[in-house]
Design a protein around this ligand. Structure first.
Ligand code: BGC
Length: 434
């Protein structure tokens, strides 16, 4: 520990940022999102990902910037659509490109955490119905096996699936993500969810067969779902919702049982298929009350400070809630994402410090948090919100591809170097009255 700092983190703590392939690479023309972006009204302001943050051409430049921030880790994802652009047709040049990127990360002292599935399908897979297709588990397993064989020696930690519940909700229950071939709706959503669990389990065992020592987990979004005060029915309903959103996946990965509203079933090879808990934490939601099909109500109190585009109230105590929740599973924990959209970077500095303070407090309480990956290193394509929300520690001018290190980026650089921060650092950035 760096003893002089009030908030000193353990020596081996991983300090990083997180990205996802489609959001930064640019020109992922074989992806379902590439088509979805072109559907009128699908993306806010008609934005497209285009060249994105240019990682397919030059990820190295931003990885160098991550190293300049004194980071010792980075979480990125692989584009299935690049690795397997045709069914069973693997693209060696794309695989080699990823070898280059991962090798560069090692050279820069950035430990790679690699996500296999982050919200995107190859077009050919989407055309078969992807998560609803009969052969999806087999397909996912083959893709994983190829990645493990070709790149596994360079991967320190694996994330099989990013935010499974968010993906299911935004794609099957709401209409924010690409429309599935077989349509949206609860029934399809629940089927997709159980298939995604099977994919996860297949990937877990595939990785473990070759690299038994490599830690494998998922990045699970934890979102406190707050019930309105008063009214027992509301509380019960809220409890059920949060169970489904926050607990369903983790409990299923723990004992293999799927506890769906329609009944319980079991997947035999699913139990105990994770070595760590990846926690993505951003903000909370309110339960919609009275009940509405929208499920959540993202109206925040009048005096709340929220991220750009009403992304959610800055709610650092939710980080502690997330970590306490994660600790019940008895495995090491990594904060695999945390950040806020703040184009002016006027709130992100105190967002960063207050959330890290909660991480520190959790560690002091004995919760085994081993790393923090800020979302994100550089502004990137925010899915259905296009470029309207900027999460980067480096601000990006899309046209010129120029980067500017934000104040919060400078702060993170200092924190990563010192292994923590002082009470005075926090006082300097807190807004008056907070
Ligand atoms: C996702 C990221 C996304 C971030 C910010 C998370 O839900 O994993 O892909 O960019 O939130 O919205």
């Amino acid at each position: 520990m760096a003893q002089t700092l009030k908030y000193a983190f353990p020596d081996k703590f991983l300090w990083g940022t997180a990205t996802a392939a489609y959001q930064v690479e640019g020109n992922n023309t074989n992806a379902d999102w590439w088509q979805w972006e072109r559907v009128p009204g699908a993306i806010l302001e008609g934005h497209t990902s285009g060249q994105a943050s240019d990682w397919w051409e030059d990820a190295e430049a931003d990885l160098q910037r991550a190293a300049d921030l004194n980071n010792n880790a980075h979480r990125l994802s692989l584009a299935w659509d690049r690795i397997e652009p045709e069914p069973d047709g693997f693209d060696q040049a794309a695989i080699d490109r990823y070898r280059g990127i991962l090798t560069k990360m090692h050279d820069l002292g950035l430990e790679p955490m690699v996500t296999l599935y982050h919200f995107v399908n190859p077009i050919w897979l989407a055309e078969t119905g992807d998560l609803l297709a009969d052969d999806i588990v087999n397909r996912f397993q083959k893709y994983t096996a190829k990645v493990v064989a070709e790149l596994g020696d360079l991967v320190a930690k694996w994330v099989t699936v990013n935010e499974p519940m968010v993906y299911i909700v935004l794609r099957y229950i709401e209409d924010a993500f690409p429309e599935p071939k077989d349509g949206r709706g609860w029934a399809n959503g629940m089927k997709a969810l159980s298939n995604l669990l099977r994919c996860h389990a297949a990937a877990y065992h595939t990785i473990k067969q070759v690299y038994p020592q490599s830690p494998v987990g998922v990045a699970k979004q934890y979102r406190p779902i707050l019930a309105p005060v008063g009214g027992r029915a509301a509380e019960v309903w809220a409890g059920q919702l949060s169970t489904l959103f926050n607990d369903f996946w983790m409990r299923a990965m723990t004992d293999g049982r799927l506890r769906l509203p329609v009944g319980t079933s079991k997947i035999s090879y699913l139990a105990e298929t994770y070595d760590f808990v990846g926690v993505n934490y951003y903000t909370y939601s309110n339960v919609a009350w009275p009940p509405s099909p929208a499920l959540y109500d993202d109206a925040y109190p009048d005096d709340a400070i929220v991220g750009d585009g009403n992304y959610g109230e800055i709610y650092p105590q939710g980080m502690m809630m997330a970590l306490v929740w994660a600790s019940q599973f008895g495995k090491p924990i990594y904060v695999t994402e945390n950040g806020m959209p703040d184009a002016d970077d006027d709130h992100r500095p105190w967002f960063l410090l207050t959330h890290l303070r909660e991480v520190h407090r959790a560690i002091e309480r004995g919760i085994d948090v081993r790393g923090y990956y800020h979302w994100s290193l550089v502004d990137n394509f925010e899915w259905e919100r296009g470029w309207t929300q900027r999460f980067g520690l480096y601000a990006l001018d899309l046209e010129s591809q120029q980067r500017t290190l934000t104040e919060s980026g400078k702060l993170y650089k200092k924190i990563c170097k010192a292994g923590g921060f002082a009470g005075g650092d926090l006082a300097k950035v807190m807004p008056a009255g907070y």
